[in-house]
Ligand binder design. Structure first.
Ligand code: EPU
Length: 344
């Protein structure tokens, strides 16, 4: 058994969360392999402490110091582990600590298609399945094959198939019944060589046209279009602290949607099984929040779903703003918004 990595005390988490919150972890360690992770999990200090596994820290808001142990996942490695001539596909394995966008670039370099619509999503590979990341008409679950994860209580390595992950809209079993029980160490995707671009999302079509690409875009061109859309709408966490969409898009019953549509003819909606999904950004913007600034924090001026820290904001301030937004959307539309970001 390998020896446990160094366990540090009182470590600033500022570099490890994209909101840029200045909070401290009581204990902190990095692991670069399953063996190192197991060695850490076997330490009494770690066993007794509340545990938080950090990938890119791009989907959480710290409102206070973390009185437990932060385990930073730094398991790397990108490789093709299998080819299937019949389906013209390949299995790609990525260490959970790899950057998600780095994986997208790697697969494009290998002429493998399937995750180009998910370009430039911040965060790590290991965090992607937890909330079934999605953007521009694609979700992780569309190409996901299986994942490997260490059970915290036993240190055993388990494999989870697609079905066992229970994916939904920004959901998986790892946010539900298996919350805080497993640490993802590797993810395997099935990607294809023959390209079927997924360009149904309006903004992709118009951006490709602006780029002068009229038909049959390559996966790389779709990736470039997505990167250009994201850069134009979403703040770069390296410049302005944020965690992407702060809220999930709510799903309404058809009846509720029809009621609102009668009052607000412009209300956008997308049919989903059992109802209609509406953009939270639209509801928030209608309540007057878009671009509002309260000193060091506020609502992004180009995408109302994104809360931003311009520098020096406290996590509690941003949490309180989120609850004010939820209350105002509830009052105006009778719709309940739920945070997508993990508030700690
Ligand atoms: N809209 C507004 N005001 C705004 C922004 C958008 O009214 O300020 C309305 C418009 O009607 C627009 C619609 O909302 O057509 C949809 O906007 P957008 O395409 O920007 O997508 P979104 O629903 O706001 C979701 C994801 C994003 C993802 C985009 C693109 C969620 C919670 N968010 O946002 O994911 O990038 O679609 O596919 O599902 C993230 O999860 O962190 C994230 C950024």
């Amino acid at each position: 058994m390998s020896s446990a990595p160094l366990l540090e005390s009182n470590v600033s988490l500022r570099p490890y969360n994209t909101f840029g919150m200045e909070v401290k972890a009581r204990l902190f360690a990095r692991f670069t392999s399953v063996e190192e992770l197991r060695a850490l999990l076997a330490l009494p200090e770690v066993q007794q402490a509340e545990k938080l596994v950090l990938g890119g820290g791009s989907n959480l808001l710290f409102t206070q110091d973390f009185d437990g142990v932060v385990l930073k996942n730094e398991i790397y490695g990108l490789e093709i582990i299998g080819q299937d001539e019949a389906t013209d596909s390949a299995l790609v394995r990525a260490g959970a600590g790899e950057s998600w966008h780095g994986l997208v670039q790697y697969t494009l370099d290998q002429n493998l298609n399937g995750i180009e619509n998910l370009s430039l999503i911040p965060g790590t590979v290991g965090a992607a399945p937890l909330q079934n990341i999605g953007a521009y008409g694609a979700e992780l679950k569309d190409t996901f094959d299986h994942l490997e994860a260490v059970e915290i209580s036993t240190g055993e390595l388990h494999t989870f198939t697609h079905e066992q992950c229970g994916f939904g809209y920004r959901e998986s079993v790892f946010k539900g019944p298996l919350k805080n029980r497993f640490i993802v160490t590797g993810v395997v995707l099935r990607l294809h060589r023959s390209h079927q671009p997924n360009v149904g999302y309006g903004a992709i079509k118009t951006t490709l046209q602006d780029m002068g690409i009229e038909s049959e875009p390559t996966a790389r061109q779709v990736s470039d279009a997505v990167i250009s859309i994201r850069r134009s709408k979403l703040p770069d966490p390296a410049q302005i602290g944020n965690a992407g969409s702060f809220f999930k898009n709510p799903e309404l019953s058809q009846q509720k949607f029809d009621e609102l549509k009668a009052r607000y003819a412009d209300l956008p909606g997308y049919p989903v099984p059992g109802g209609v999904k509406v953009p939270a950004a639209w509801l928030i913007e209608q309540c007057g929040w878009k671009g509002q600034r309260r000193g060091p924090y506020g609502v992004h001026d180009r995408q109302a779903l994104v809360l931003v820290n311009h520098g020096g904001a406290q996590g509690q301030d941003i949490r309180d703003l989120a609850y004010e937004i939820i209350a105002s959307v509830r009052e105006k539309f009778g719709v309940e918004l739920h945070p997508e970001v993990n508030i700690l």
